[in-house]
Structures are given as C-alpha cells and as structure tokens.
Write a protein that binds this ligand. Sequence first.
Ligand code: SAM
Length: 281
Amino acid sequence: MPALPYTSYCNYLTLLPRYELVDKTDIDIVVHAIRCVKERDLRIIDCGAGPGRYWDLLGSDVRHIIAIEPNRALWRPRHSDLWTYIEADGFSYLRTHTVATDVVTWIWSLNYELLSFFEDYDSKLNRVILKDWNLSFIHASNILNQVLDALANVYLVILFFDANTEEQTFVTEIWETVAPFPFHDRNFTRLLWEDIARRNARRLNRTYRSTHLSGRALYGPLETALHRMLNFHLRGHFNSDRAIVAQARQFLAGYLDHHLQVSIPSGAYLYEIGPQRFRYD
Ligand SMILES: C[S@@+](CC[C@H](N)C(=O)[O-])C[C@H]1O[C@@H](n2cnc3c(N)ncnc32)[C@H](O)[C@@H]1O
C-alpha cells in the first residue's frame, strides 16, 4: 500500500470534541455495543481506528484488535500485543483479507472521511462535497456490499453523525460557502449508507438495528472550542478568513454553559447488523 498523502491534518483527532450522547460518551456507546455481541474473547477489526480511543475500555473482553488506520500519524503505541495497526483503506482490507473476526466497526469514519485515502486533503474535500463525490460513493458502496457478503457471521457496528443537529448544521453551512453540496437534503450521505446497510441486512437475513442518539458535544472553554471547531471540523481551511473565524466564535459563544464551557446539542446514529438476535433484545 503506498504512503498516504493527507498528513496535513494528521493530528486532527487530538482536536476531537468529546461527545456525550444520552448521558454517555460516544466511547461508552461503542464499547457497550461491542460488549453486547459476546462477553469475551472478541476478535475486532476497527476500520478508521484513529488512536483507538475505546480499545483500553474493552479490556479482557478482547482477544485481538486489528486497527485499520490509513493515517500513520494517528497511530498510538499500546503496551499490549492484543492489537495490530495496519496502514490501509478499510474497504480494500476487508475485501482482500479473509481474517476470522467477530466484530467490524466503523466509528465516525464513514462520514466525510471515507474517501480520504483516494486523494490528498484538498481534493478529498472536493471529491466528497463536489462533483465526483457520488461516483466515489458508488464505488465505496459496492465494496461495502461485497464486504457484507463475505463476512457472514460478523457483527457490524457503524456510528454516524446526525447532520441535522445544531453542531453539524453550522459546520456544513461554513463548508458550503466554498463547496456547495450538490444534493440538497441534509443527512444525504448517512441516508445512503443506511439504505445500503438495511437492504443488505434484509438480503442476507441478518438482524438490523438503528438507534438515534442525542446529547452534547463538549468543546471546552471558548478559545479551546474555537481551536477545535476551526481545526477539526473545518480542517484549518478557514483560519485566515476573519469573517468566518468571527462567525465561529459567535456561534460557540452562544453555547457557553454555567461553567463557561462550550456545550452544543449534537447527535449520532448507531447502526448494527448482526448474525443473530442481539443479546439485549
Ligand atoms: C473521525 S476519525 C474517527 C477515529 C476513531 N474511530 C474514533 O472514534 O476516535 C475517522 C478516521 O477514519 C480514518 N479513515 C478515513 N478513510 C478511511 C478508510 N477508507 N479506511 C479506513 N479508515 C479511514 C481517518 O484517517 C480517521 O482516523
């Protein structure tokens, strides 16, 4: 696999706001969903693992984790031989490797990040938001169909942003000032993935579950929050645009809580496709 060129935002995950969804963080939700499959001895493939924020919490439930993360700059060393990092695109990996596994996760990694491995940073944004976006999407969704066919007994967990929240509405409005979205409905990407997931679950006679989660995105104090918004959600693209920086500061200032921390309504969808009934049904 060739080296991946999009190192310009290599440390962006350190800027990830903390999401509290239904009184739990996104990490708790992922760990809970994975634990519901089986109690122990799980073999996990985590596509778009980043630094692998939830692995430690799974503890002794895990036999092995293969972390697929195309951006090496996000790899974090772990003092355990439970996990292996692989520099690859998750779809290509799943399609070309027959690894025995119990769980495959895509956590916050099927949204706008999905196609980043194809191109460098700027063309990735163009590809995702502008004219070629749908072609690449069709390519990726075909691969997902093949992957679902190949992984007969696997429990698939996908966590996806809800684009209709105040947080994501603001982020999209800013991006649309430079890259108008060609399909006018919000949530378009997520709904396409949802359709693929549901259709394939039915076709393959698997259990399918979709859960909407809402809560807060905790960004920290105002200046920290501004830094996160500009460099994580907006990828540093607008940092020299004074009007947009001012707009972002004003937006964030509207969500200061009593402790002067920025706390914005946010949300996500959790999709699960399982080989059998879920344990908590
Ligand atoms: C928002 S981060 C989420 C990271 C991690 N799952 C978490 O929750 O902290 C999305 C990650 O997906 C990775 N990614 C992007 N395209 C990918 C692909 N095609 N295959 C695997 N990972 C990909 C990115 O490099 C990034 O680390």
